[in-house]
Ligand binder design. Structure first.
Ligand code: SIN
Length: 548
C-alpha cells in the first residue's frame, strides 16, 4: 500500500495533521499509523484542559499567554513558535468545536475557563477532567469521516530516505510479525514523548518509549533539550495515575502530613514538584485536599478523579485526603525542528516528540494539547504543500532487510533474560538517578547502568516463538528505543551543569546564564562498559535479578 502522507501516531497532533490534509485535498491518500489502540494515546490521558485566549482580537490577552509561556520556559523557548501557538489558540478551539468537541460552558453559555499553573489569567478550556479523551474521540471520528485510513497495531521501526528526502516507513505488522514497507511522499512523526520510560513512575502509558525519537536519531536527525523531563506534581501515590492540575485549578490545596500548606499550588510545575519532593525527602507525606469543595463541584468538574481515587486508592476525595507524589509526565525534549520542519525533506514532526521550542525548559499545564493541535494542523498544511507535484522515491531496502534480520534474530535464539525486569529496573533507575533532582554522581550511575542494559538488550530473544501478535517482540523493540533515548537524556543532563526549569542539578543548584543554550545530540556512539565490568559483585547480582 502506498500513501501520499503517513502520520505516525494517533494523538491530537497526528489526527489534526491527517484531518488537515484530507479536508483540503480529499483525493490524497492519508494514513495514521499506531502501534496500539487508537483510543489510548497520551493525548487522551491529558485531562485538565487546553489553553487559549478565545477572543482572537484580544491582543493583550494573547500577549499575556505568550509572556506566561516564555516565562515558564526559563529562557529556552523559541519566541516565533510560542507566538504562533498562542495567536492560533482561539482559532484552534473554534476548529475543535466545529469537529464536535463540546467544551464545558459557564452560566452565560460561553466556553468556561479554569486556572492552571503559571497562568496569569484563567484561560484553560476543558471538558470536565477528561479534556484529552473528549478531543481525541472527536478527532478520531472526524478523521474517519474525511477518509483518513487507520493502520493500527503497526510498530514503526525506521524511516527510509534517499538523498535526504523521505521515501517511506518500515514497520512491523504485529498481527504476523512481518516487516512491511509503506512508501510515502511525506511522513509526519507525531508519536509522543518519552516519559513512559520512567515506568512505574509516570502518568504515561508504559508504551510511550520515545520510539519516534529513536527512529529520528537513527535517521540522522538531532535530539534537542532531552534533559528536560517534566514531573507532574500530583500523581496518585499508589499508582502514578494523573491527578489533574484541574484539581488545584478548581481550588484544591496541597498539604503535608502535619496539615500545613507549603507551596502556591498554582505555581509552575517545576516549582510545585520540587516543593513536594522536598517534603517527601524530609519524611513527610503529601496530600491533595479537596474536602472544602462541594460534592456537586467535584462530581461536575472532577468526575474522573473522583472515580479513580475511589477505585485505585479507596479514597472518597470529597471527604478524605488523597496522597500524591510527583511523577514523570511530559518531555520537553524531542526531535529538533524549526516549527514542524526537519532536516530531512518531506519529514515533519509535531506534538510531544518534536522540539519546536514552544516549551523550553518547562511546559505550562494546558499548553500540551494546544501545542499538539496547533502544530499538528501546521504539519498537515506543510506536508500537503510539500507533496504537491512530488513523485515517490525508491525505497532503501537495506534498511528493510536489516530490520527483518533484527526481528528474525530476536525470534531465532533462546534466552533466559527477563526483558520485563529490565524495563522495570530502567524506569526505577531513571526516576532515582535522573529524576526531579540529579547530580553528576547519580547521572554517572544511570549512565553505567544504561551501558550495561544496552549490551544485554542485544542478546534478548522472545521465549514465545509464535509470530502472531507477539507481545514479547514489541517489548524488546521498545526497550531498544527506550535505551537509546535514555542515553540521550543522561548525556544531555550531564552536559547541562546548571539548574533550569524541570532540570534540577543538586550539584549546580543555580541557573547559569552562560548555559542559556540548547543541548543538541546528533548520534550515540558505542560505549565501553567499564564500571559494571569492574564491579563484578554488582554485575553478577544484577544478572541474577534480570534472569528471573
Ligand atoms: C493535567 O490535567 O494536569 C495534565 C494536562 C497537561 O499536562 O497539560
Amino acid at each position: 500500500m502506498i500513501y501520499d502522507v503517513i502520520i505516525v501516531g494517533g494523538g491530537v497532533a497526528g489526527l489534526m495533521a491527517a484531518i488537515e490534509i484530507k479536508k483540503e485535498s480529499p483525493v490524497k491518500k492519508v494514513a495514521v499509523i499506531t502501534k496500539g489502540n487508537l483510543f489510548k494515546s497520551n493525548s487522551s490521558l491529558a485531562s485538565g484542559g487546553i489553553n487559549a485566549v478565545l477572543d482572537q482580537t484580544n491582543t493583550q490577552g494573547i500577549n499575556k499567554h505568550i509572556q506566561d509561556t516564555l516565562k515558564g520556559a526559563y529562557g529556552l523557548a523559541e519566541k516565533k513558535s510560542v507566538e504562533y501557538m498562542c495567536q492560533r489558540a482561539g482559532g484552534i478551539i473554534q476548529k475543535l468545536t466545529s469537529y464536535g468537541v463540546v467544551f464545558d460552558k459557564d452560566e452565560e453559555g460561553n466556553i468556561a475557563q479554569r486556572s492552571f499553573g503559571g497562568g496569569s489569567e484563567q484561560r484553560t478550556c476543558f471538558v470536565g477532567d477528561k479534556t484529552g479523551s473528549a478531543i481525541t474521540a472527536a478527532l478520531i471520528k472526524k478523521a474517519k469521516t474525511v477518509g483518513v485510513e487507520y493502520l493500527v497495531n503497526n510498530f514503526v521501526m525506521n524511516i527510509t530516505q534517499l538523498d535526504k528526502r523521505v521515501s517511506g516507513i518500515v514497520c512491523l505488522r504485529r498481527f504476523d510479525s512481518s516487516v512491511m514497507v509503506y512508501p510515502a511522499k511525506a511522513v509526519i512523526l507525531a508519536g509522543g514523548g518519552y516519559s513512559g520510560i520512567y515506568r512505574g513512575f509516570s502518568t504515561n502509558a508504559a508504551d510511550y518509549t520515545g520510539d519516534c525519537l529513536a527512529i529520528a536519531l537513527r535517521a540522522g536527525l538531532s535530539l534537542k533539550d532531552m534533559e528536560f523531563v517534566q514531573f507532574h506534581p500530583t500523581g496518585l501515590a499508589k499508582t502514578s495515575y494523573l491527578v489533574s492540575e484541574a484539581a488545584r485549578g478548581e481550588g484544591g490545596y496541597l498539604v503535608n502530613s502535619d496539615g500545613d500548606r507549603f507551596v502556591d499550588e498554582l505555581d509552575t510545575r517545576d516549582v510545585v514538584a520540587q516543593a513536594i519532593s522536598e517534603q517527601i525527602n524530609n519524611g513527610k507525606k503529601v496530600y491533595i485536599d479537596l474536602r472544602h469543595l462541594s460534592s456537586e463541584h467535584i462530581e461536575t468538574k472532577l468526575p474522573s478523579l473522583y472515580k479513580a481515587a475511589f477505585m485505585q486508592a479507596g479514597v472518597d476525595i470529597s471527604k478524605e485526603l488523597l496522597q500524591i507524589k510527583p511523577v514523570a509526565h511530559y518531555t520537553m525534549g524531542g526531535i529538533e525542528a524549526s516549527m514542524t520542519t526537519t532536516d530531512i525533506k518531506g519529514l515533519f514532526v509535531c506534538g510531544e516528540c518534536g522540539a519546536n521550542g514552544v516549551h523550553g525548559a518547562n511546559r505550562l499545564g494546558g499548553n500540551s494539547l494546544l501545542e499538539g493541535a496547533v502544530f499538528g494542523e501546521l504539519a498537515g498544511q506543510k506536508a500537503l504543500k510539500f507533496i504537491d507535484s512530488k513523485e515517490y522515491l525508491p525505497i532503501d531496502y537495506n534498511i528493510v532487510v536489516k530490520d527483518q534480520r533484527w526481528v528474525d534474530h530476536i525470534f531465532d535464539q533462546e534466552t533466559t533474560k527477563n526483558f520485563n525486569a529490565m524495563r522495570i529496573s530502567l524506569g526505577k533507575t531513571l526516576f532515582e538517578h535522573v529524576g526531579i533532582s540529579r547530580t553528576q554522581k547519580s547521572l554517572q550511575i544511570a549512565s553505567d547502568y544504561l551501558r550495561y542494559l544496552r549490551r544485554e538488550s542485544s542478546t534478548l530473544h522472545t521465549m514465545d516463538k509464535s509470530r502472531n501478535n507477539n507481545v514479547e517482540l514489541i517489548a524488546i523493540l521498545e526497550l531498544r528505543n527506550a535505551l537509546e533515548v535514555s542515553e540521550a537524556i543522561v548525556l544531555s543532563a550531564m552536559k547541562r551543569q546548571e539548574s533550569r526549569g524541570a532540570h534540577f542539578r543538586g550539584d549546580f543548584p543555580k541557573q547559569n546564564e552562560a548555559m542559556k543554550k540548547h543541548i543538541v545530540l546528533k548520534e550515540l556512539k558505542p560505549q565501553l562498559f567499564k564500571v559494571w565490568e569492574e564491579d563484578t559483585g554488582l554485575l553478577s547480582k544484577l544478572r541474577r535479578f534480570l534472569s528471573h
